[in-house]
Design a protein around this ligand. Structure first.
Ligand code: MN
Length: 715
């Protein structure tokens, strides 16, 4: 009997796994002919953060990386990728592209196994089908979504399986699995502690209230504490194995209270609670040493002001993300409640369900945690109704057929909205082939210690493809980090270039100061003031605004230690107003100082000399006037830029009114109109990208591609 069950489990796992992977290949099928999504004969990834892990894996493969290049060689995601790239015969690009789809599909294993523990494998199989491709789970684990999400649900579901099995059959091996699970999960995702603590709390409650005499639960709790101590991964792994061997030999059984007491003390003294305290206090626990004597207190723009994700989400979105449909979601909750009546042990699913429900207030990214539990709920409901039907149907073979058909139809109905979502979810790759070809060229021009300056959104891919250093990326983009980048991209070339040299040299100098101080006291955290504050003081100012004005004058720049490049992509045109926001404020007071005007459109129509630029913007070509909403103002210049047949860049200019503030640019080759004020017109980005108009004394073009332009700093 047990053998047969095992065989069935293998078959169901294999089927569900294949299903999960096949659904993920729909994207591949849809885009198989889109050449701009490919690089090196493979699709590129579609999540920005993925380039972070990819950089770490690339450096692990090459065996070297540069000090302070921010390459995450120590992270689990990079290490796992490195191992897979070492042992598998596929290209690195193929591995990072397909890895999420294959690894995330492993979710079906614990799901089938949980149902096996409960004694009804089929119900796990249906749940596995639903969970593996449920809306939000799919979004975060599709092909090319190369991020830690690929294992973030697999691990806790394995944890749930180990705990459910431990409760059903009090065997030592499940205690071992639980311990190993925690170590692996924490290695992969350091923030995993919240779920671990929640599981621990539930078990503790159960042991204290319902089962005080059973020493098995004390063993389990002690093991969890050993696995969650504040010690390195390998130490905890060793501890878990040693504790298991001791449990197995039954040597500890009579001292279990002492063992549990010891585990608690060890847990507390090694800082097992630190992640929680850290979360509560909102900063790292190390004391910080002050390196600078004077400090300027500056006010930066907060990124939260531009992030829209936070804030309440509609119930329908929330339900769709978890189950694919509002009705499915409600039924899944009903099913979960029924399931808990039948199998009390499934109450252990509450931490995951709870974390998933946090999405309702805390942001969409949490919904994936509720996916497996709700899939169990829905599947259980189907079997519950099917069992109920049994009573009403005539006995015999047809009875079974009818119930099977009912379950299959139900499954199909619940899968349908999710598969429909998959088909419609046509996510593009992060970069286009053209952009990557520019970075690939740059890789052979720039040295690894050189800096490439761009907006932070492009930091990770720039570092991955060109192997250089950057000032901002997906992990370094606070108001303080973004201010200099924003200032450079939106200011005239001279000030921008000087600030670029200053910020790069100050950033490297800061790394040195941090290293030197850490040598003296390794346990401390070194906190330096923003580079811009240090510059202000070093140049003898007390007000950062005065320092920024001084950039126009002949100030002495620090010694040049490396080359600096500006990476200016066309795609930044879409977010240029956001880029500008980060430097539109007076750092001393935090007040907004200028409101730049920048409008971009590719929807336009001409009629009787008036060009309708959409959104209530009209350009009267004859009179040289522009109407924006109700306001009509004179136009300064009208530019037309175009690449001719020989790919030569041509620029035409028509002057309307030299005193006016608004200009219009028609980028013919891009099918794009820009309406912008003088400040934006004179910005480094617009002058260099739109007009190829660079100051020959301070900048030199390196790569001029229609989708990206790269300039090198001469100062
Ligand atoms: Mn590097």
């Amino acid at each position: 009997m047990e053998k047969l069950e095992e065989k069935k489990a293998y078959i169901y796992i294999a089927l569900a796994f294949i299903f999960s992977v096949l659904v993920r290949l729909i994207w591949v099928y849809q885009f198989k002919d889109v050449g701009s999504f490919m690089w090196n004969g493979q699709f590129m990834i579609n999540t920005n953060d993925g380039y972070f892990w990819a950089e770490g894996a690339r450096d692990l493969l090459s065996g070297v990386h540069q000090p302070h290049d921010l390459s995450p060689v120590g992270t689990a995601a990079s290490q796992l990728t490195f191992i897979l790239a070492k042992i598998l015969p596929f290209s690195f690009e193929s591995i990072i592209f397909y890895m999420p789809s294959l690894i995330s599909s492993l979710l079906v294993i614990p799901m089938v196994l949980i149902a096996k523990s409960l004694g009804r494998i089929e119900f796990g199989f249906i749940a596995a089908l639903l969970a593996s491709i449920a809306w939000s789970y799919y979004n975060r684990t599709m092909v090319g979504y190369y991020d830690t999400d690929m294992l973030n649900i697999v691990f806790p579901t394995f944890m749930l399986w180990a705990l459910v099995s431990a409760f059903r059959i009090n065997e030592d091996k499940y205690i071992l699995f639980a311990g190993l699970e925690i170590v692996a999960y924490r290695w992969w995702y350091p923030q995993s502690y919240s779920l671990e603590f929640a599981f621990f709390g539930l078990i503790l409650l159960y042991a204290l209230v319902y089962n005080r005499k059973n020493i098995y639960y004390y063993k389990l709790l002690a093991m969890m504490l050993f696995a969650m101590m504040g010690l390195p991964d390998l130490v905890r792994l060793a501890a878990v194995i040693i504790v298991y061997v001791l449990y197995k030999s039954k040597k500890l059984d009579t001292y279990m209270y002492y063992v549990l007491g010891f585990a608690i003390i060890l847990f507390l003294f090694t800082g097992g609670f630190n992640p929680i305290w850290g979360q509560l206090k909102g900063y790292v626990f190390k004391d910080s040493i002050k390196v600078t004597k004077d400090a300027l207190s500056l006010h930066f723009f907060s990124v939260m002001q531009t992030v829209r994700e936070a804030g309440k989400i509609p119930f329908e979105t929330f339900a769709n993300r978890i189950s694919g449909h509002t009705i499915t979601f409600i039924l899944s909750i009903v099913g979960y409640i029924l399931m808990v009546f039948r199998y009390r042990v499934m109450l252990l699913g509450l931490p995951m369900l709870g974390l998933g429900f946090l999405a309702y207030v805390g942001g969409l990214r949490f919904t994936i945690y509720a996916v497996p539990i709700c899939a169990f709920g829905i599947s259980y409901l189907l079997f519950f109704i099917s069992d109920y039907l049994k009573k009403f149907l005539v006995e015999g073979k047809s009875n079974l057929y009818i119930r099977t058909i009912f379950i299959l139809l139900g499954t199909f109905a619940f899968l349908y909205p999710n598969i429909k979502h998959v088909i419609g979810y046509k996510v593009p790759t992060v970069f286009s082939k053209q952009e990557v070809s520019v970075l690939d060229k740059l890789k052979h021009i720039a040295k690894r210690e050189d800096y490439v300056i761009s907006w932070w959104d492009y930091g990770f891919p720039i570092r991955y493809y060109a192997d250089v250093k950057t000032l901002g990326d997906g992990g370094k983009h606070t108001g303080e980090d973004n201010f200099p980048l924003s200032y450079m991209l939106t200011s005239p070339q001279l000030e921008a270039s000087k600030l670029a040299r200053l910020d790069v040299e100050y950033t490297e100098k800061d790394f040195k100061i941090i290293d030197e101080n850490l040598e003296k006291s390794a346990d401390k955290q070194v906190k330096l003031q923003p580079t811009i504050a240090q510059m202000t003081l070093d140049y003898g100012f007390k007000d950062t605004n005065d320092f920024l004005i001084a950039l126009k004058t002949d100030i002495k720049l620090p010694k040049k230690t490396r080359d600096i490049y500006f990476y200016l992509p066309f795609r930044m045109m879409n977010i240029f107003p956001t880029v500008a926001m980060f430097s539109n404020l007076d750092l001393m007071s935090g007040n907004t100082i200028r409101r730049p005007f920048f409008y971009k459109t590719n929807r336009f129509r001409e009629k009787n000399g008036i060009i309708n630029l959409a959104n209530g913007v009209y350009f009267n070509q004859k009179k040289g006037l522009i109407k924006i909403g109700k306001q009509e103002v004179p136009v300064r210049n009208f530019y037309i830029t175009v690449y001719d047949k020989n790919k030569k860049f041509i620029r035409q200019r028509k002057v309307f009114n030299e005193k006016a503030n608004i200009s219009i640019i028609y980028m013919k080759s891009y099918n794009t109109f820009l309406v912008l004020d003088n400040a934006m017109l004179n910005s480094l980005y617009i002058q260099l990208f739109v007009f190829d108009n660079y100051d020959k004394n301070i900048l030199a073009p390196v790569i001029l591609n229609p989708s990206v332009k790269v300039y090198k700093l001469k100062i």
